[in-house]
Design a protein around this ligand. Sequence first.
Ligand SMILES: NC(=O)c1ccc[n+]([C@@H]2O[C@H](COP(=O)([O-])OP(=O)(O)OC[C@H]3O[C@@H](n4cnc5c(N)ncnc54)[C@H](OP(=O)(O)O)[C@@H]3O)[C@@H](O)[C@H]2O)c1
Length: 312
Amino acid sequence: MRVFVTGASGWIGSAVVPELIGAGHQVVGLARSDASAVALVEAGAEVRRGTLDDLDTLRDTAAESDGVIHLAFKHDIAFSGGFEDAADADRLAIDTFGEALAGSDRPFVIASGTLGLAPGRVATEQDGQASSGPAGGHWGAGPLKRLANAHATAALADRGVRSSVVRLPPTVHGDGDHGFMATAVSIAREKGVSGYIGDGANRWPAVHRSDAAHLFRLALESAPAGSTLHAIADQGVPIRAVAEVIGRQLGLPVASVSPDDAAGHFTWLAAFLAMDSPVSSAYTRELLGWQPTGPGLLDDLDKGHYFAAPSV
Ligand SMILES: NC(=O)c1ccc[n+]([C@@H]2O[C@H](COP(=O)([O-])OP(=O)(O)OC[C@H]3O[C@@H](n4cnc5c(N)ncnc54)[C@H](OP(=O)(O)O)[C@@H]3O)[C@@H](O)[C@H]2O)c1
């Protein structure tokens, strides 16, 4: 297939591109900068220059493609207080892809998240009511809008699009990760202690980047229209176990931080670190035959690549 990939130069996209090319697909990647364009060419992709706001480019490139994987998200503005604006831009892009692909039965795959789906119990692919999302607080209405974007994508099945939503856990780990795990490591280093909140029994799901990339390819190739998939390898790793590996790797003590002190200690990460969000992928594995083969989160942390000395 000729596949249009947005966010092709990002953390997950840069694993999805070789996964697709390795399976014989052609990739056209959206690039908003020279650096991203160069990275895509080096990965063997064709480049379409533009941003998420260039809706004509999105529409035309999708119309010329056999399928679309949409991974771009304005994390830069989302993490500086503009989550809602980022979710709005995401919706415009999704609606544009929906128009371009309507009636074609071609695949359209987007990335979404699992956090807050079913706090305190194991969430399945069938969970995901908009009202259960992590709304309000620091992130405003953005997370609920993102959930609504996932619902809008799944609903494109009714308009002749083979749409699917791949929900990712909060940690898609691997060598080069700059996300939540890398942040937890840098907070431990800065504080001189590897902390967890309360008893640390709360669980986080996780997946290695290579396994997530593989699932995006399977979704493109064969997910049924309107399906929701879980890229989950570790159903739920206790946060205390994560803190223990970080402490051992950095040679730091491991300690509980009281819930009252968590925001001061972990800043914005505290709200996430406190969540108990185990997630199952049994349905996804059964449906698509997806079988994660990469290291689990604790083994990956123990490989040491998260702990190279920080650059100054
Ligand atoms: N990583 C995770 O653990 C995780 C968890 C849950 C959900 N997700 C979702 O999975 C998707 C991929 O995440 P990721 O970790 O790969 O993100 P990432 O590393 O931040 O990559 C984001 C990609 O989007 C592109 N992008 C950002 N703003 C853009 C704009 N205005 N126009 C065009 N392209 C733009 C970036 O381009 P540049 O390369 O030019 O910056 C980059 O290619 C996102 O939707 C994310 O929210 C990720």
